[in-house]
Design a protein. Structure first.
Length: 87
């Protein structure tokens, strides 16, 4: 159970952060479209389809200081800032 909650490696961390950003953007678009719709049935259907594809969003990111070159991790802090995740 614990292994499922941790991600190790730059590539895996990048994939999770990119998918979290994409989900956040999709939710914002869907929410703005739902507010414009007048039919309650259509908004309920789209909201239920959003809930089925949600997965956990990271809450904390730990970076190693001894990575060389340091630019390998540069994008991680940018993604974390966008998602308001402490680094």
């Amino acid at each position: 159970i614990v292994r499922e909650r941790f991600v190790v490696g730059v590539n895996q961390c990048t994939k999770i952060l990119e998918s979290a950003i994409q989900r956040r953007n999709e939710l914002q678009i869907d929410n703005s479209q739902n507010s414009l719709q007048k039919s309650g049935n259509e908004s309920r259907r789209s909201a239920s389809s959003i809930n089925t594809r949600l997965s956990p969003v990271p809450t904390l990111i730990l970076l190693s200081r001894d990575v060389r070159p340091a630019t390998i991790l540069a994008h991680i802090s940018i993604y974390a800032h966008i998602l308001k995740i402490p680094v």
